[in-house]
Design a protein around this ligand. Structure first.
Ligand SMILES: [Zn+2]
Length: 345
């Protein structure tokens, strides 16, 4: 996924990231090069994994769509994955069932992003028009969801430089679908859409998805954004379409089988923002450090352990002295900004 960036600093960071992403082949031998006291990871990096963003658009468009949203939210919790919801503020603001539903969800799994105001194209509207739409949309998001939105998903992914200028005023971090390098916020591009036709909606097959995902997986790209609309999981009577939801679940299971890290768009922004200050290295052949002392944000750190790490793996927070054993199912931990960690079997 290419990104179009606001500052030269982040642009350099991306170049660094692309350079590092060659180390994605697991289970190679470690051949460290010395760098002061520690050894820099070169060939095998157990902290490198592919990142997957799932984006579900058009939330709140019609109250009748709630069963699709409920199904996909339950799936996210059951499968332990993350989803970014694109919420259309204007209809959402008077849909109290959907408002109440989103408010009781566990926020660990979900991000609430602003999907326009009404479902119209922003590209070509004046700065003043866009300002007014984004101001109204942001106000509805904050008032009904009690959190500040950081991601803007323009309807039909149609936006322009004015959209990003307004977004920076309202302190958004990211936009989707904009290919303008002058953007004032970070842009994430779509890699794959579950709906490959509309009116009526049609969905890609599992085989088509696998072909696309495998290409990404074998490339040097690190981030992958999969877009879908849970409203298309319902039939004309508003009931779940079993074929469509089963296939969606199979897609999720396939992604999970590849040992990736699921992220919301905002988590991906935070990770990219801190990428050049997340310092990871080897202390000796079985012990690593993760240094988040210069980070601006907290991060979930996922580890792909070497095959011979069958024993318990200890995580020591060197900042607090606290020691925990990593969950063998997940091999990840919540890293706090400002802290430095030691990981060893
Ligand atoms: Zn939409």
């Amino acid at each position: 996924m290419k990104k179009y960036l606001l500052t030269l600093q982040i642009a350099i960071l991306i170049i660094v990231m692309v350079g590092l992403s060659g180390c994605n082949e697991p289970y190679q031998n470690i051949e460290g090069a010395t760098n002061g006291e520690n050894i820099v990871i070169e060939n095998y990096n157990p902290f490198y994994c592919k990142k997957v963003i799932l984006r579900d658009d058009d939330i709140g468009r019609k109250p009748q769509n709630l069963p699709g949203l409920e199904w996909v939210s339950n799936l996210a919790v059951k499968k332990d994955i993350k989803i970014t919801f694109g919420i259309i503020p204007k209809p959402f603001g008077s849909d109290f069932k959907t408002i109440n539903y989103l408010n009781q969800l566990n926020k660990e799994y979900f991000e609430f992003a602003t999907h326009g105001y009404e479902h119209i194209k922003f590209r070509g509207l004046s700065y003043e028009q866009q300002y007014s739409l984004i101001e109204n949309g942001t106000r509805i998001m904050e008032e009904y969801l009690h959190c500040k939105p950081y991601t803007f998903i323009p309807p039909f992914d149609r936006s322009d430089i004015n959209t990003t200028k307004v977004l920076s005023v309202f302190e958004y971090h990211s936009i989707t679908g904009l290919k303008d390098p002058q953007s004032y916020v970070l842009s994430f591009l779509t890699d794959f859409e579950y709906e490959n036709d509309w009116y009526p909606a049609k969905h890609c097959s599992l085989a088509e998805f696998k072909t696309n995902f495998d290409q990404f997986y074998n490339s040097t790209d690190e981030y992958y954004m999969f877009v879908f609309h849970d409203s298309t999981f319902l039939d004309e009577e508003g009931k779940l379409n079993v074929t469509i939801i089963d296939r969606f679940e199979n897609i999720i299971d396939y992604i999970k089988s590849k040992n990736v890290q699921f992220m919301t768009i905002e988590e991906a922004y935070r990770r990219l923002n801190d990428e050049n200050v997340i310092n990871i290295g080897i202390i000796n052949e079985s012990s690593y450090y993760v240094d988040l002392r210069e980070c601006f944000y907290n991060h979930t750190i996922k580890i792909i352990p070497p095959l011979d790490w069958s024993k318990d793996i200890y995580l020591r927070d060197d900042t607090t002295g606290q020691i925990t054993i990593l969950d063998k199912e997940k091999f990840e931990f919540q890293g706090t900004k400002g802290h430095i960690y030691n990981i060893s079997p």
